[in-house]
Ligand binder design. Structure first.
Ligand code: SUG
Length: 455
């Protein structure tokens, strides 16, 4: 059996986002080529949720610790009210549909499924007070995503409730200068999960320091100042932190988060040759800081001659999950799109055949999420936990065979199998979502976390 464990009983637990009932293709994310390219396509929320659940089940069956993170209340009627739509809930939706359809679409996005953007997590071995720290991401770059953090904070609070082990921070100030996209731009290196590690923050630009300008075309969603604020809030020591600037040229080719061009786990960094600025300096610092914490960095560089940035963006090769197996080797979980790309697939065949740390590749069909720019790594939030911390997590959100069955049935009962833009204006959709989520909070033992449950 493969397990993500370590000598001092610490684990990496993947909390995957359960796709919400309004999953649709709104074309909302400028700079994310899949979101833009699939705008107005008809989605299948039921299939999307089941594809995600199938991945969770497969990882659980391989012996990895797996959890689930609940979706959000959508349409977000309260958000529509904040921008001036009035009346009953049904009237608010009807008025938004008539007067400002893009705003209704934004208020319906199921984007919280990409839990790599929910928050940044620092394990207790890295933090000054010895607690696991969480900072909800403000996701300030896009209106539809900026709506997520209040509910995300309540859900995280209900999952990681014990204050002796867990510390929660509110999202950073909601301005572009503190644009924060959570764990999608944060990677942690360590020898074992329970050891002090090195936290690697990749930013797209600096808001206050002209030496680090951003890209020309697409937005840089993560600022250096946001990453520094998270490191301060979490009580990280400078000796365990490395900052790097993402290459602005790749942001302009559709790499809207670092996790679209690099992934790391344990002592391994798997990255594209064009991912960072000043790569040699960054690698030297990572190597140096990790070695002071007992680890040895293994950097696996994918040359642009083997896989172009364009192929990386379309296949989502780097938006893979890099998982440690019991024998110390690593497994890469990739989306089907990698197998469909000849150059990427050839590269992966060579990678697993040579002597490197990555020995196996497993392919998953996540097309519903991929068409919005969300691959295997976007769908999961990694939380490294020591045994007592894992025991303190709300047991309702830990995946088990029976929870998997329950959630599959719940999806069958509540989800539509077709969602076009015009369906978002159906007032019945709100009723369906709320009754589904009300039942879900009982299944996952979350208590009241949604606005409709709090009023
Ligand atoms: O923020 N897509 C998401 C995808 C997030 C992927 N996450 C990581 N790489 N970690 C985004 O761009 C598209 C929604 C729409 O167009 O309907 C969207 O929000």
């Amino acid at each position: 059996m493969s397990v993500t464990t370590s000598s001092n009983n610490a684990y990496e637990v993947n909390f995957d986002g359960l796709v919400g009932p309004t999953h649709n293709y709104g074309g909302l994310s400028y700079g994310n080529v899949a979101s833009q390219g699939n705008s107005q396509q008809v989605s299948n929320p039921q299939e999307a949720a089941k594809q995600g659940l199938a991945k969770m089940k497969a990882l659980m069956e391989m012996g990895f610790k797996q959890g689930v993170l609940a979706p959000q209340e959508r349409p977000d009627v309260a958000a529509l009210r904040r921008i001036g739509f009035t009346g009953s809930d049904a009237e608010v939706i009807a008025r938004a549909a008539k007067e400002a359809m893009p705003l209704l679409v934004a208020s319906c996005s199921a984007s919280s499924m990409w839990t790599a953007n929910a928050c940044t997590v620092s394990p207790s071995a890295d933090t000054r007070d010895g607690k696991v720290h969480f900072t909800a991401a403000n996701l300030n770059c896009k209106f539809h995503r900026s709506l997520e953090h209040p509910t995300t904070s309540r859900i995280l609070g209900a999952m990681f409730a014990d204050p002796t082990h867990f510390a929660h921070h509110a999202a950073l100030p909601a301005v572009a200068q503190f644009g924060d996209e959570g764990a999608a731009n944060h990677t942690r290196f360590c020898k074992d999960y329970g050891d002090a590690g090195v936290e690697f923050f990749v930013f797209g630009r600096s808001a206050f320091d002209a030496r680090f300008p951003g890209p020309q075309r697409y937005p840089a969603r993560q600022t250096l100042e946001a990453s520094q604020a998270v490191a301060r809030l979490h009580g990280l020591d400078d000796s365990g932190v490395v900052y790097a600037q993402q290459n602005p040229a790749v942001i302009d080719q559709g790499v809207f988060h670092n996790d679209v061009i690099a992934v790391g786990n344990g002592e391994v960094l798997f990255y594209h040759q064009d991912a960072f600025l000043e790569t040699d300096k960054v690698l030297a610092e990572l190597h140096d800081k990790l070695s002071r914490r007992g680890g040895r960095l293994q950097a696996v560089c994918v040359p642009r001659d083997a896989v172009s940035v364009e192929d990386a963006v379309h296949s989502y090769l780097f938006n893979s999950q890099l998982l440690s197996r019991a024998d110390g080797s690593m497994l890469l979980i990739v989306p089907e799109e990698c197998r469909n790309n000849e150059r990427v697939w050839q590269y992966l065949s060579r990678l697993t055949a040579d002597d490197g740390p990555i020995r196996e590749v497993k392919v998953f069909d996540l097309k519903q999420s991929m068409q919005n720019g969300g691959g295997p790594a976007c769908l999961r939030l990694r939380v490294a936990l020591k045994e007592p911390e894992l025991n303190a997590v709300n047991s309702g959100v830990i995946m088990t065979p029976s929870l998997f069955d329950t959630l599959n049935l719940w999806v069958d009962k509540h989800y539509r199998d077709r969602m076009a833009e015009s369906d978002l204006a159906d007032p019945q959709l709100l009723v369906e979502c709320r009754s589904a989520l009300d039942e879900l909070t009982q299944i996952l033992k979350l208590g009241s976390v949604y606005p409709f449950q709090l009023n």
